[in-house]
Design a protein around this ligand. Structure first.
Ligand code: FAD
Ligand code: DLZ
Ligand code: SF4
Length: 509
């Protein structure tokens, strides 16, 4: 009679709760299953990254002497689901109990908790995060609204990150004001390190190329780290080469430069190859040694200790109802150009082409280009969310959903953020060099040459007046709208209708 320790694809952390007290006779189960590779049509690189990282993790455990039962995707008897593989493994090993750390996604947790697998299942709290789900629920209790900034300060205090006694290092909690600079004229930071596929990764690339040829994105060149050792190399390279400049141009976008000074560490953090604690500690060390300024280090730590933990906390607090809300009643189908990139909007075409090649776009591209357009055009949240879940190497429901549904689309009515991140073409023009090569002009407000973000932005405000005008943070744009003449508002509505009725916008994906 055996204890089975089930390690999911994003549980690739040596001391995760499900493995921490492993004994010699225990069996570690890992399973590649069709259901997980197809519940959305993931980018080919994402599937390859997850499967290769799983295979390397299993090998590392075996080298430590663990008894690993690894089920490959193409194993003839593979049932295709977690429940099926657990049932088979329980019978195979005559297991008396199964231990798993909390699945990252509500969908998977429900499936496991309700599955009849032939042995009791113990689900352990995932303590890799700074805040457990129960810790977050305690923070949220009794609050009428949740604001990341307050949660973040509490986390800084609780974990002593960038603190001097009970005060924030540098006397301020937030250095955002120093961090929102547009891109400099020439902006070509080094790209993050890429890792040459070994034999294990090559076998996975062959499998993915054969089996998922019709999924979005280029499979090769594939350069993601698939082992902890290489993920640590990527972390070191970020800290030395990019962290010092992380803050200054955090919101900037530049044509042909997907990565800028961003970390590109989210795929590794989300798989468990790196832990949030060690990543924040590496940034703190760089500050302590005088190798990175405080605005950069604080800005970076806030993304992980703040935003990442806050999003996860809200996800588990609010699911499953959260995913069903549609506060702005957005129902327009997602246009095909989100997949093909075939659009005259140069900013959107750039982001889609970058996604196809790299399965990566940075935060402002996600929020203010593809997210902003989906918000102001009123694309249906569920379709937009499936797109975000599919096209990014780092996408998992627990982090993708609150970012898309809440932050980008305001479909939660203000749970994640206090106002919609809606913007006209002026924002993209200020923060990028995309507009210079665009068929549209961000300075033109109306007519066929106007940047489509312009009429769509004002039309969004007109359409959603009843839902948004009372929001104090929307008072300024509504005041501006109210100074416009009737004729100007009629022009906006006519232009927005022309854009939304255009075949390219109507064509459903
Ligand atoms: P950096 O900009 O260098 O930031 C450092 C780290 O901070 C990231 O690696 C990430 O772990 C964390 N981080 C930063 N912002 C956020 C945030 N808003 N939420 C959670 N963590 C954050 N992130 C994902 O990991 N998976 C997703 O599926 C995902 N979907 C998103 C969808 C939308 C619409 C938006 C607006 C954001 C989404 N994000 C998602 C958050 C963020 O854009 C990415 O974490 C970030 O771009 C990853 O790139 P990076 O590692 O270079 O990040
Ligand atoms: C994303 C993904 C993919 C593509 N494939 C697998 C898989 O074959 N086996 C596995 O254990 N996990 C996979 N994952 C990750 C899961 O979809 C899911 O995000 C986690 O199991 C939730 O904790
Ligand atoms: Fe995007 Fe408008 Fe600029 Fe074109 S003009 S790149 S559509 S913001």
């Amino acid at each position: 009679m055996t204890t089975l320790r089930f390690v999911l694809g994003d549980h690739l952390t040596r001391d995760i709760a499900s493995l921490a007290d492993r004994s010699r006779g225990d069996v570690v189960l890992m399973a590649e299953v069709a259901q997980e590779t197809t519940y959305v049509r993931h980018h080919k690189q994402k599937i390859a990254l997850v499967l290769s990282a799983m295979r390397h993790f299993a090998e590392a455990l075996r080298e430590e002497g663990a008894n690993v039962d690894y089920v490959r995707l193409d194993a003839p008897e593979n049932s295709g689901s977690f429940a099926g593989e657990l049932r088979r493994a329980v019978a195979r090993h005559r297991a008396k109990r199964v231990i798993v750390a909390e699945p990252g996604e509500w969908r998977v947790r429900e499936a496991l908790a309700n599955a009849d697998i032939g042995a009791p299942l113990e689900i352990r709290e995932d303590d890799r995060f700074f805040a457990t789900t129960s810790r977050f629920a305690k923070w949220a209790q009794g609050r009428s609204n949740y604001r990341m900034e307050f949660f973040y300060r509490e986390m800084r205090r609780a974990h002593g990150v960038l603190m001097e006694g009970d005060q924030p290092v540098g006397g301020r909690w937030n250095f955002d004001a120093d961090n929102r600079k547009p891109p400099p004229k020439t902006f070509h930071p080094d790209a993050p390190p890429r890792f040459t596929p070994d034999a294990t990764t090559r076998a996975v690339l062959d499998l993915v190329g054969r089996r998922f040829a019709d999924h979005f994105g280029d499979l090769e060149p594939f350069g993601w780290a698939v082992t902890r050792a290489d993920a640590l190399r990527a972390l070191d390279a970020f800290v030395s080469d990019h962290l010092p400049d992380f803050g200054d141009h955090q919101d900037a976008m530049a044509k042909g430069e997907p990565f800028l000074h961003h970390a590109t560490l989210s795929p590794y953090l989300n798989l468990g190859l790196l832990t949030p604690r060690e990543v924040c500690a590496a940034a703190e060390r760089a500050y302590a040694k005088g190798e990175a300024p405080l605005n950069a280090v604080e800005g970076f730590v806030r993304q992980i200790l703040g935003w990442r933990e806050y999003m996860r906390g809200l996800y588990w607090l609010k699911m499953p109802q959260y995913a069903r809300s549609n506060a702005l009643a957005a129902r327009r189908p997602l246009p095909a150009f989100y997949w093909t990139g075939k659009t005259k909007l140069a900013c959107v075409a750039e982001v889609v082409s970058q996604l196809r090649r790299h399965a990566y776009a940075h935060h402002i591209q996600r929020l203010m280009v593809t997210g902003n357009l989906a918000l102001i055009a009123g694309f249906a949240p569920a379709e937009v969310e499936d797109w975000y879940l599919a096209v990014f190497a780092d996408a998992y429901d627990w982090v993708e959903l609150p970012n898309t549904h809440g932050m980008a689309l305001f479909a939660d009515g203000g749970v994640v953020g206090s106002k919609p991140y809606a913007a006209s073409g002026a924002y993209i023009n200020r923060m990028s060099n995309y507009c210079g090569t665009c068929a549209y002009d961000p300075k033109i407000k109306s007519g066929p040459n106007a940047c489509p973000f312009n009429p769509l932005y004002w039309d969004f405000l007109i359409r959603n007046r009843a839902r948004l005008a009372q929001n104090p943070r929307m008072a300024m744009p509504y005041r501006t709208l109210d100074t416009m003449s009737e004729d100007r508002r009629a022009d906006i509505e006519r232009d927005a209708k022309a854009i939304l009725d255009d075949e390219a916008f109507c064509a459903s994906s």
